[in-house]
Design a protein around this ligand. Structure first.
Ligand code: FES
Length: 175
């Protein structure tokens, strides 16, 4: 029994020693990110988007998508004046939005439903809400619909200057 108690004591000491090493290791691990942050190269993952004029506000009719391409000719999308202010909407009424029209699931071209402001995929039936920043409503896509960052100047010219999700089929939105 006495021998057994000694073994337990040895076990406790080894456990405590191991805990001390683990604590030291954690302290080092916590300290490392601060050092590496100080040396981190800026913006390696950032993409430089072009600022492309897509249309003028006068070209838009309420609830009728205007076909555009952004950030390049191989990336179809639409500008849309929704008629009611939405979060992230551009323009004086805060109702102008822009989206890619390539389904994020497997790249089918999307159709716009003016009745409920949704983009609908004929491939596997995913649906996206234009009033809610392209949020997926239903379906197999694992991403929301990529939305353009829009800027409208004093003349009413509409510029796209970025995209908030990865365009389907690309490793980067700007090739
Ligand atoms: Fe659109 Fe599959 S390609 S849901």
């Amino acid at each position: 029994m006495d021998r057994c108690n000694k073994l337990v004591d040895v076990g406790r000491r080894q456990f405590l020693r191991g805990g001390a090493f683990a604590a030291a290791g954690m302290a080092t691990a916590v300290a490392l990110p601060a050092q590496s942050q100080a040396k981190a190269a800026p913006g390696l993952a950032l993409v430089e988007y072009p600022s492309n004029k897509l249309a003028n506000v006068a070209d838009l009719k309420v609830n009728e998508p205007l076909e555009v391409n952004y950030p390049d000719e191989n990336a179809p999308g639409v500008l849309l004046k929704l008629g009611t202010k939405v979060e992230g909407g551009a323009g004086a009424e805060g109702d102008i939005v822009g989206f890619s029209t390539v389904c994020p699931h497997k790249g089918f071209p999307l159709n716009y439903n003016a009745e409920d402001h949704s983009f609908n995929c004929p491939g596997h039936y995913s649906r996206f809400d234009a009033d809610a920043g392209g949020q997926q409503i239903w379906g197999q896509s694992t991403a929301n619909l990529p939305q353009y960052a829009l800027r409208i100047d004093a003349k009413g010219d509409i510029y796209a200057e970025g995209v908030d999700e990865l365009l389907y089929g690309r490793l980067s939105n700007v090739l």
